[in-house]
Design a protein around this ligand. Structure first.
Ligand SMILES: Nc1nc2c(c(=O)[nH]1)N[C@H]1C(S)=C(S)[C@@H](COP(=O)(O)OP(=O)(O)OC[C@H]3O[C@@H](n4cnc5c(=O)[nH]c(N)nc54)[C@H](O)[C@@H]3O)O[C@H]1N2
Ligand SMILES: Nc1nc2c(c(=O)[nH]1)N[C@H]1C(S)=C(S)[C@@H](COP(=O)(O)OP(=O)(O)OC[C@H]3O[C@@H](n4cnc5c(=O)[nH]c(N)nc54)[C@H](O)[C@@H]3O)O[C@H]1N2
Ligand code: SF4
Ligand SMILES: [Mo]
Length: 744
């Protein structure tokens, strides 16, 4: 049977079997689409849980484990938070509690849709027709414009097996080169910063560190909203810790902190260097650690000379006295941990800013011990998986495409000819967009991301759509802003409807399991990739990629001998049974690993000389500072713990909708509101040089005069944002552009 026939047969009601589940499911849970009914609102009262499956949440990278309760017929009834899991200890945030509801949304993509060129409508098609359209149009573009004129943009929100498969298929099978993912918008900076400083993309911590620090410094991070269960772990700290929040905005996290430092937008680099200046000048450094385990410190210390607290005061808006005091708190701390998120990663000099945080941890010896670390908090459930195994920016396992030895290793493990592996690096997300504008890329395949909403300066994306000969969107909904622009929509099964593994923020691998059947004819992304491989004519290259379970074994081999070695993990069931396993766990390690582990206890890093590097650069001016015409600095980010990104999932839950504002709002300081005669709840137009958005005014002193904040969850916000990027990570600068406000 061809693989299309195999996959189709699982859709055939005649072949559908229902199993009662007594443990984690490893086989297809199949039943008729007609009895599809998930989530609490649809729950018939006669149904009582018959068994429970543990699965890791598919929203954020905290990676909470959820107990999914199944009825006697094996369908998900509802869920609760897993009390035994070392991450969430019985807790979940609203999105986790509502995780089943978006699966049952009426706008799920249930059949492939092909745009009819005569009437311009998206019309239902069979899978075989859709896959034929995919292959013939992609190949036609390649024939006319070259192999590298096709590209894909993928995600940090699908299982690792799926992202690894598409990265291999596209680069080794389809002859493509240029691909990236929304992880560029999210974690590229942390990835590059760690790689340069530590020699490998290796967040060193474990969540236990939240409880074991006596000083916690959060830079551009709002965990009370964006990582509520991590924030609960901070609340469990019994050491009466000093909690310092560096954020221009008085966030929910800042309000609960012991100290809020409201620095000027994008002045972090100067502030962090000033802190390092004081630590060095006062001798509050760990010379033994620096000498034994780092390189470049003395040059760094020379570089720091001009960054006096007084000089920094003018740039950062933080008084010299406060800077000195902060440095003293860090120096006095016995276990100091530094945490950063998008206020750092999303900036035009973000890699050096992240490294300025790393430098503070290194110079004070706050790494490798309980309660310490330079710790990047990850965003999406599997952004960590995409950093290591998406085969997009780096070759599998954090290898380099440019390294012939690395290519040979991967070719051997995957049993493919080494010539199939490109020796060139892919363009980054923004460069792919530029190449579309320049007519060099003509076909784009978008998988599990909503580019038309989330990409910076999004009006441009709508414009360049016209330049694409072929746009494919593979999503669980046919209604996203991007899907509506597509020539072809491939309906995907979602979290809960397939299996695989995610890697959370503390490097913990956790398994997800199938607890529901995908609606209609939607297929798992994995099976969609299988169909494409087969139809493209490169199926034999991927003969081993038969299932997520088989792909997991390949990924294990790809990790062998790498810092992220996971060869000691048997399979998905092993992950569920052990409460997740943090990498590394090589098969040479023997016993079950400890439940919570951090890296660098031995002071050995992944650089060739095993020393961590001090890296730094002169701070740069904001590419779009406020001016008389656009006098406000617009900051954007997460608005509530009930809203996820572009809302395609969370907007489908009545519960989550009630927990979040329904209209786009803009937070304005009372002095600015008075000056502009704005009233609370008044409608305004917010304009930047690129676009405009309509919003409702919220008057609040959480934003300072001259600053405004808008949540990213509404489609028009990115029509305002400024397309500038960090040079090292090419991560977009979402958090500081210039806007003006006018009454609507
Ligand atoms: N509810 C919910 N949770 C989520 C998500 C979601 O969409 N909804 N998304 C997930 C994902 S993918 C991510 S990446 C994370 C993001 O998690 P966070 O990064 O914590 O969230 P953000 O709100 O994007 O940004 C954090 C803070 O950066 C601040 N900031 C802005 N500019 C600056 C600056 O120049 N300096 C400093 N120091 N701070 C600044 C903002 O005011 C904001 O409070 O959240 C994850 N969790
Ligand atoms: N202004 C501003 N913009 C931002 C940010 C900001 O702070 N400010 N933050 C940025 C960050 S950090 C991020 S991570 C991005 C997120 O941006 P996006 O990735 O565009 O946002 P999501 O809404 O999470 O989109 C994920 C899509 O995948 C689909 N999906 C979910 N599960 C599956 C699956 O299993 N298979 C398939 N095929 N589809 C699936 C969902 O329906 C949804 O359409 O936004 C970025 N944009
Ligand atoms: S904190 Fe993150 S992983 Fe945990 S339940 Fe909420 S969204 Fe899911
Ligand atoms: Mo993100």
């Amino acid at each position: 049977m061809s693989s299309l026939a195999t996959i189709r047969s699982s859709l055939d009601p005649a072949l559908i079997k229902v199993r009662a589940h007594t443990g984690p499911m490893t086989e297809e849970l199949v039943r008729h689409p007609a009895d599809f009914g998930l989530g609490l609102p649809q729950l018939p009262s006669r149904l009582k849980p018959a068994s429970t499956v543990k699965s890791v949440c598919g929203f954020c990278a905290t990676g909470c484990s959820l107990d999914i309760h199944l009825d006697t017929e094996g369908r998900a009834l509802n869920l609760s938070a897993d009390a035994a899991y070392p991450v969430n200890l019985g807790m979940a945030c609203p999105k986790g509690w509502e995780a089943l509801t978006p699966l049952a949304a009426p706008d799920r993509a249930t059949v492939p849709l092909v745009r009819n060129t005569n009437n311009g409508e998206l019309e239902p098609a069979t899978w075989s027709a859709a896959i034929e359209v995919f292959c013939s149009r992609m190949k036609a573009v390649q024939a006319a414009h070259g192999d590298h004129s096709i590209a894909f943009l993928s995600t940090g929100q699908i299982p690792t097996e799926e992202m690894a498969f598409v990265g291999a298929l596209f680069k080794f099978g389809m002859g493509g080169l240029h691909c990236d993912s929304n992880t560029r918008q999210c974690m590229a900076t942390a990835h590059v910063a760690y790689k340069q400083s530590f020699g490998f993309d290796a967040p060193p911590y474990t969540y236990k560190d939240f409880e074991e620090s006596d000083v916690l410094v959060f830079v551009g991070s709002n965990p009370a909203i964006a990582h509520p269960i991590m924030w609960q772990r901070v609340q469990m700290n019994r050491r009466n810790p000093e909690i310092i929040v560096l954020d221009p905005r008085r966030t929910e996290t800042a309000m609960c902190a012991t100290r809020h430092v409201a620095l000027n937008p994008k002045s972090d680099l100067t502030l962090l260097y000033a802190l390092a200046h004081v630590l060095h000048a006062e001798g509050w450094i760990k010379r033994d650690f620096i000498d034994a385990h780092t390189s470049g410190y003395d040059d760094f210390a020379t570089f720091l000379k001009p960054f006096t607290p007084l000089a920094a005061e003018a740039v950062t808006g933080v008084s010299a006295e406060t800077i000195r005091h902060l440095a003293e708190i860090i120096a006095r701390g016995k276990a100091v941990s530094f945490w950063w998120t998008m206020g750092v990663n999303q900036g035009y000099e973000s890699t050096r800013t992240a490294q300025a945080i790393i430098n503070l941890a290194l110079m004070t010896g706050n790494i490798g011990r309980p309660g310490t670390g330079a710790n990047s908090i990850t965003g999406q459930c599997n952004a960590m998986g995409s950093r290591l195994y998406a085969n997009a920016t780096s070759l599998f396992g954090g290898r380099n495409f440019a390294d012939a030895g690395h290519r040979a290793e991967v070719a051997r493990i995957l049993d493919i000819p080494a010539e199939r592996i490109p020796s060139e690096n892919s363009l980054a997300y923004d460069q792919i967009i530029d190449a579309i504008e320049d007519g060099k890329i003509k076909a784009l395949w978008v998988i599990a991301t909503n580019t038309a909403h989330s990409w910076i300066n999004s009006t441009r994306f709508a414009r360049i759509r016209e330049k694409l000969e072929f746009l494919v969107v593979q999503d669980m909904y046919a209604t996203t802003e991007t899907a509506r622009l597509a020539d072809l929509v491939l309906p995907a099964a979602a979290w809960g409807e397939k299996e695989g593994f995610f890697i959370n923020s503390e490097r913990r691998l956790g398994a997800i399991w199938k607890v529901a059947r995908a609606p209609g004819q939607a297929l798992s992304d994995f099976n969609i990739f299988r169909l494409i491989a087969q139809a493209w004519g490169c199926g034999e290259l991927f003969a081993k990629w038969t299932s997520p379970a088989a792909a997991f074994q390949l990924i294990k081999e790809l990790s062998r001998g790498r810092p992220c070695d996971i060869t000691g993990i048997r399979d998905h069931a092993h992950l569920t049974a052990s409460g997740g396993i943090q990498w590394p766990h090589p098969d040479t390690a023997g016993a079950e690993p400890a439940r919570e582990r951090r890296l660098f206890a031995d002071g050995k890093f992944f650089t060739p000389d095993q020393r961590a590097k001090f890296l730094y650069d002169t701070p740069l001016p904001n590419p779009e500072p406020p001016c008389t015409e656009y006098p406000f600095v617009l900051n954007t980010g997460r608005g509530s713990s009930a809203q996820w990104h572009t809302g395609s999932r969370t907007d489908k839950s009545d519960v989550l909708r009630k927990l979040a504002p329904r209209a786009l709002y803009i937070e304005v300081n009372p002095t600015d509101a008075t000056r502009l005669a704005l009233l609370a709840n008044e409608r305004v137009t917010v304009c930047s040089r690129r676009g405009e958005a309509h919003a409702v005014v919220v008057i609040t002193s959480t934003v300072r005069p001259g600053h405004v904040f808008m949540p990213m969850h509404f489609g028009t916000v990115n029509q305002l944002t400024h397309p500038s990027y960090d040079t090292h990570s090419r991560q977009p600068n979402y958090k500081a552009c210039a806007v003006r406000i006018a009454k609507a």
